[in-house]
Design a protein around this ligand. Structure first.
Ligand SMILES: NC(=O)c1ccc[n+]([C@@H]2O[C@H](COP(=O)([O-])OP(=O)(O)OC[C@H]3O[C@@H](n4cnc5c(N)ncnc54)[C@H](OP(=O)(O)O)[C@@H]3O)[C@@H](O)[C@H]2O)c1
Length: 272
């Protein structure tokens, strides 16, 4: 198998949303370990506080739920890159996202619509704003969906639907981009050891460790998929098997089974 650093061959630039923790942070750390000369832009509310002191590593503080800030931030990213990395392929990782557990619209309708703004609208808008740059320089758009994208997910209804949206959107976009030098890759991780479940209102350790992957493993699978040129990656054999079987079920049956599994999570819910 080719060494992993081949995955970033010809790339000079990585733009990540949500690099302040979890999968996004691991992705940035791995990219810089593979190629410290990369220009890296991180878009999130919190500053990732990396150990690496690269002058080409820039944090752009922003709340992606606020549509008005996106145009400004995308323009600032382009200005930064004109100096830091004016040429070479670009890897955009649409990673920012969050979930919420409970009966719709818990915890509040404002929280749920903010989730749609971050998980869906910001992905579409940022990609649209940066697409001319990507077309000019070539590259890959990696969008983080989830194994939750493969079936309706009761008690996380809006979250699962937001991930179905970005999964189908990314696959369709990849077809539209054929022959342009830009590809789209949908990343569908299953449970991963991050802050995700705590932020979704569940107790730490809600998912059994045996079912959970590390961020590092998810990042490795992603970089291999970037290298291989595929349009969809589900990291881990357990996630591959479960998404394969659930895809064969009728939607109502898949919804029922997921509801039975997810209902058990109520025991892990943090009291509000
Ligand atoms: N962990 C899992 O089990 C799992 C499974 C499947 C898919 N995913 C997906 O993986 C992606 C990364 O999540 P994670 O697991 O790494 O969880 P995480 O550690 O909670 O990271 C989520 C990231 O999203 C950013 N974010 C959230 N709201 C934002 C906002 N309004 N504006 C800008 N950035 C925002 C956060 O940055 P700030 O808070 O600093 O803004 C943070 O860096 C998400 O799309 C998630 O849905 C996770």
């Amino acid at each position: 198998m080719a060494p992993l650093n081949e995955a970033l061959k010809d790339f000079t630039t990585v733009i990540v949303t949500g690099g302040s923790s979890g999968i996004g942070k691991s992705f940035i750390e791995r990219c810089l370990a593979l190629n410290p000369a990369l220009a890296v832009c991180n878009l999130s509310r919190r500053d990732p506080q990396f150990d690496a002191h690269s002058i080409k590593l820039r944090h752009f503080p922003c709340d992606l739920a606020q549509s008005v800030v996106l145009k400004k931030i995308a323009a600032e990213v382009e200005v930064f890159l004109e100096k830091a990395a004016p040429e070479g392929r670009v890897l955009l990782l649409n990673n920012s996202g969050f979930g919420a557990y409970g009966h719709f619209p818990e915890p509040s309708i404002e929280h749920v619509t903010e989730m749609i703004d971050v998980n869906v609208r910001a992905v579409v808008e940022l990609t649209g704003l940066l697409l001319p740059l990507l077309r000019r320089r070539g590259g890959v758009i990696v969008t983080v969906a989830s194994t939750a994208a493969f079936q309706p997910t009761a008690y996380m209804a809006t979250y699962g639907a937001s991930k179905s949206f970005v999964l189908h959107w990314s696959l369709a976009l990849n077809e539209e981009l054929r022959g342009t030098g830009v590809r789209a890759l949908a990343l569908c991780p299953g449970p991963t050891a991050t802050d995700f479940f705590r932020r979704a209102g569940l107790k730490q350790g809600s998912v059994a460790e045996s079912l959970s992957m590390t961020c590092d493993d998810v990042v490795t699978a992603t970089l291999k998929a970037v290298e291989s040129g595929c349009s969809l990656v589900v990291p881990g054999w357990k996630n591959k098997v479960s998404t394969f079987f659930v895809s064969k079920l009728s939607k109502p049956l898949a919804a029922r089974l997921a509801a039975i599994v997810l209902a058990r999570f109520r025991l892990k819910k943090v009291a509000t």
